[in-house]
Design a protein. Structure first.
Ligand code: GLN
Length: 223
């Protein structure tokens, strides 16, 4: 196990400030995400207003009901605020309904409010209503042991854009995908007690924070 994986705040003996990660807390499974983030050493906060995004390295959009989450995002002006946060280099992670919220295309629901931050097509409740919820081991790129994933009326990823990588597969279909800035998992990683996805997101957030700071100081030098 690498030093970074053992101790997220420390790389090569140099202490880094913990990642500051917000969890959208309008509706759905946000408490479990906050607890998982705290277990892996991140500073976790709940986001209910645009001002709560200030100073964050990353944001998790949890599972729940994607139409409700989308409407509440609009009602609080959080849709544009989150798009701005992403444009400024903030890391995003949508789980289940959150994966629907970040997607660019929702099959058969062109009017459903969404952020459109990740070039993927999703089908809501895409694993059928009969066996709506189930657990399965999924293979994750670069991990030795599979991840026991909990699917709850999960969306199915039916298409991925050219710049989007498939990170985990179940039943020959992508169940976790991401580009440089945005991650989407159709299962609920916060419900298993296995914190490897949260650990990986913390590492992403620390990486994007370093990139944002480098950009900011380059801009100051050229100003
Ligand atoms: N089926 C829900 C939706 O389409 C998502 C379910 C979940 O987040 N667990 O919004």
């Amino acid at each position: 196990m690498s030093v970074a994986a053992r101790c997220p705040g420390e790389v090569r003996g140099v202490r880094r400030a913990p990642a500051s990660i917000g969890v959208l807390a309008l509706q759905g499974a946000f408490r479990e995400h906050r607890l998982a983030l705290e277990r892996v050493g991140a500073h976790a906060t709940e986001v209910r207003r645009p001002a709560h995004l200030e100073g964050l390295d990353g944001l998790i959009i949890p599972g729940g009901e994607s139409t409700t989450i989308g409407k509440l995002l609009q009602a609080y002006g959080l849709d544009e605020a989150i798009q701005g946060f992403a444009a400024s280099g903030g890391a995003l992670w949508g789980t289940c309904a959150g994966a629907i919220a970040v997607a660019s295309v929702i099959e058969g629901q062109p009017q459903q409010p969404r952020l459109g931050l990740l070039e993927v097509r999703v089908a809501r409740n895409g694993y059928g209503r009969q066996v709506a919820s189930f657990e399965a081991d999924v293979r994750v790129e670069g991990w030795d042991a599979p991840f026991r994933a909990v699917f709850i009326r999960a969306p199915r990823i039916t298409g991925v854009g050219a710049g989007v990588r498939v990170l985990a597969v179940y039943d020959d279909q992508p169940v976790a995908v991401g580009d440089e800035a945005t991650l989407a998992t159709v299962f609920h990683p916060e419900l298993t007690g296995d914190d490897r996805w949260h650990q990986a997101f913390v590492e992403r957030c620390l990486g994007t924070r370093a990139a944002r700071r480098a950009n900011a100081s380059a801009e100051t030098r050229t100003a």
